[in-house]
Structures are given as C-alpha cells and as structure tokens.
Design a protein around this ligand. Structure first.
Ligand code: ATP
Length: 458
C-alpha cells in the first residue's frame, strides 16, 4: 500500500475521490463499491454531493480490463477530510477482490479546480495506454494523496476518472443492485415491460432491447451485484423508468451515475496510420485501397490508406452487423472509420477493429463490356486477346474494337453505419444520439441533484 501525507492537505472542503480496479471476473463491481461508499458519505449530514457519481468508461481496448473498463469519481463537499479518506480507503480495501487479482487504486484531490495535467491524463486515458508510474508522478506533483493495493494499476483509472469532467456530451445510468443472497441467481425481468418502456421513452433511454436479435440489454449475466442498468439522457428518465420496471426481486437499492457511456468519447482523436500503437482508439479518414474480402465466420477485411499514404488492414466482425455494408465497399471509396488497434501476431500485422463506418464519398465503379456492333447494335463477341470483336448476327468484324467501361450502380449509400445494439460497447454512441449530444455538464448550472438519485433499502 502506498501512502501520502494526508495531514499536509489544505482544508478546502471539496474532495474529488477517484477509484478503479476493485473487481474481478469472479464477482464484485466498482460501481457497486461506489454505491456503498456513497451510502456511507450520505450518512454524514455534513457531506454534499456536487455532482452525480461519475462512471467513466476508459479506453475499451485495454487488455487489463475486467469488463467495461469503468472507473468512478465522486465529487463532494466534506468537513472531516482525514476521517473520510481513512474510511473510504478501508471500504475500498475491504470491498475489493484483491485476492482474486484486483489491483485497486484510490486518489483524493482536494480543492475546487482539477489541475490541467490531471484533465489531460483523463483525456489521453480515453484512447491510449498510460502507466501507473505516470499517474503517481502527476499525483505527487499536484499533491494528490493516493493509495494502492496489489500492483496498483488501478491508479491509472482513478486519476483518469478525477480528470474526466464530462463537461461535454454525457448520459446517465440508474444501476440497481441485488441483495448479496441473490448473487449468482437468474435475474427475473419482464421482457415485455422492457419492450414497452423502450418504445415509450425513446429517444430518452437507450440500449434497452435489441429488436433485431430479440435480446434484452439492461442486465448482465454474471455473478456480480448489478441487477440491471437503465441508460438515458436525464437522471429523471432513468430513475422513473427503473421504478416503472417493478422488479419481483427485492433489491439492495440503486444509484444514478453521470457517464460518458453512449458518447463515442474514445473515438474523438484522429489516428494517423504512421503513428498508431497497439490498443489505441480513434478514427481514421482515408480511402479503401484493398477490396473487401469475406473470411470464414463472415468477417470482412479491407485495406485503408490515409491522407499521408500510410496503409493498414481493417476488420469488420460479423456480430457488429456491419459486414454487409463493408463487403460492398470498393477501392477509392472515401470513408471514416471509428476503430481500435488490435495487436498483430507473427503472421498478421496490427489491424484496425472497426466500430463504425462513415461512407463519405462513393467511388465511380466501372465494369468492362464488349462493344456493340455498329450496324445491328448487338453486343459483339471477342475474337481472342488483342484480336478484336465480331458480331455473330451480321458478321461485322472490327479488329481495333476495345471493351468499353460501363458505370455501375452502387447498392450502398453514403452515410453513417453503426453496429447493432447487441454488439455495442458501453461507449458506442447509438445512432439516434447523433445530433442529441449535450454541450455542457449541466443544462441548468447551479441546479441540485434530483431527490431520488440514490436509494438504499434498510
Ligand atoms: P468493471 O468495468 O467491471 O469495473 P473494468 O473493466 O473497469 O471492470 P478493471 O478491473 O477496473 O476493469 O481494470 C482496468 C484496469 O486498467 C485498471 O487497473 C485501470 O487503472 C487500467 N486502465 C484503464 N484505462 C487505462 C489506460 N488508458 N491505460 C492503462 N491502464 C488503464
């Protein structure tokens, strides 16, 4: 465990508490720990939440992640810093799956302003790989006490969460938690009610149900404490929808998170193919330079060349539902793809895993056709390579005739193509959210959190 001099902190009341890497694939969940810590903080009447707990999804290509690479930041006004830091550190140590491989990190930034270096760290964590050493260096330079367990890799997520203000586009999620006696049992949710509210609340909730695959998307399947999560555009809509769902199972409670889920925040930076590194995320603009090939499993591979004439292979996987579009692209099509850089193997160079395709301009595609007979207009037959053509109706021969190019109809259109909801990542922006992006962290600056943002059963 790494410690820091808590007594040296200023007594400014504002505390930003970032934490990450508390769970393992066998159970637990960082958002659940956030729910427990929030319950503890709310029990102290001197604590005021300045924002909803922030659920920050970081670079989804990081191999270290357990599931959705989520980190949490709580921004609060408190009185007794020292006690709160000690208690929360203890809650995280006790509530983390350290024996099963979790490597929790916790950081406490004191003061109203988030330093630029911390914001920059949060920005880069969305699309690149950062080291624990860099997180520690920035924390020390900015007097941010931190604590780490295991190998401490969670420090990266905890600092990045503090640095992510989500002051542009954002969404909300009301996550409901199970009583521990129910962990591992089947979650009973009335699908017909999910379908009903999905229609009724559109476009203000999203990723509830995948119509095409008839699959409910609000509940995980593992042994973790999450019962379900309702994602949407406002705290009011996610809470009222969760309450309307009327689950049979008696739950432990729920909490509203503000989040970058559904915003494509990991795909905001342009990747230059000359400078890509494994696990980076972003977008590439360029031209299709190698015709799409469908491989076993229905996946589609094609080559892309960027404006600096660097090239890379791109992969569109079958479950995304984008393969039929991708397979119809032609050399010369101008496109933008959202993607993550997948590690190469000994016989395959790094590949771009495609997350959306935006076809900006379709190339003109020609097919070569035999020339028509100048007397009877019937298509002539080839006499062999470089031997000209002959009409088999009137017998006219033209030894100089050449095949003529005919412009082909393209069966695809320019525009944006995004994956089917069932293969969305947490960060994937659903197609209907394009144009709905928020421009600030709060539509009503100075407004308070809604009354029902947190509920815990006694
Ligand atoms: P869950 O979503 O269930 O909470 P998870 O998928 O977030 O789990 P973690 O167990 O938190 O997975 O592991 C992710 C690890 O990756 C953390 O240690 C975090 O600090 C680290 N990490 C996150 N983003 C980056 C990044 N950009 N560069 C390097 N490490 C990162």
């Amino acid at each position: 465990m790494t410690t820091f001099d808590v007594d040296a902190m200023s007594h400014d009341e504002i505390l930003h508490i970032g934490f990450d890497d508390t769970d393992s694939t066998r159970g637990r969940c960082t958002t659940h720990l956030a729910f427990k810590i929030t319950g503890y903080l709310l029990n102290d009447s001197d604590t005021e939440f300045l924002d909803y707990p922030l659920l920050v999804r970081l670079n989804p290509n990081i191999p270290l992640k357990t599931r959705g690479n989520g980190a949490v930041c709580l921004r609060v006004k408190v009185r007794n810093h020292k006690k709160i830091i000690e208690d929360i550190t203890q809650l995280i140590e006790e509530g983390s799956a350290i024996d099963e491989g979790a490597n929790p990190g916790i950081m406490f930034l004191n003061g109203g302003l988030v330093p630029e270096a911390v914001k920059e760290f949060g920005r880069i964590a969305m699309f690149d790989i950062l080291s624990k050493q860099k997180a520690e260096k920035i924390a020390k330079e900015n007097c941010i006490p931190y604590f780490a367990f295991g190998n401490g890799q969670g420090l990266v997520g905890s600092l990045a969460a503090i640095g992510s203000l989500e002051d542009g586009d954002h969404t909300f999620e009301a996550i409901a938690y199970r009583k521990s006696k129910n962990y591992g049992t089947t979650r009973k949710i009335d699908v017909s009610r999910v379908i009903q509210y999905d229609k009724r609340t559109f476009p203000n909730t999203f990723n509830n149900y995948d119509q095409n695959h008839r699959r409910m998307l609000i509940a995980p399947h593992g042994p973790d404490p999450v019962f379900c999560g309702i994602r949407g555009e406002s705290p009011e809509v996610v809470v009222s929808t969760l309450e309307w769902l009327q689950t049979e199972e008696i739950l432990d409670g729920y909490m509203v998170f503000r989040s970058n889920q559904g915003t494509n925040m990991h795909l905001q930076n342009e990747l230059k193919l000359s400078a890509i590194r494994v696990y980076m995320a972003g977008y590439v603009r360029g031209k299709v330079m190698r015709k799409p090939q469908i491989i076993q499993g229905g996946h589609v591979f094609f080559g892309i060349e960027d404006s600096d004439s660097f090239t890379c292979m791109a992969a569109v996987y079958e479950p995304t539902g984008l393969t039929s579009i991708a397979s119809q692209m032609e050399i010369g099509d101008v496109i933008e793809i959202g993607c993550g850089v997948r590690k190469g193997t000994c016989n395959r160079p790094p590949t771009l895993n495609v997350e959306y395709i935006y076809i900006l301009k379709l190339a003109q595609v020609y097919a070569l056709s035999n020339p028509p007979c100048k007397y009877c207009t019937r298509k002539m037959k080839s006499e062999g390579k470089n031997k000209g053509f002959q009409c088999d109706r009137c017998g006219y021969k033209d030894s100089n005739a050449k095949k003529i190019p005919i412009l082909q109809n393209r069966d695809i259109m320019t525009g944006l193509y995004v994956p089917t909801p069932k293969s969305h990542r947490h960060l994937t922006k659903p197609v209907h959210r394009y144009g709905m992006e928020k421009r600030s962290s709060c539509s009503n600056p100075g407004s308070k959190l809604i009354a029902r943002w947190f509920f815990a059963s006694s």
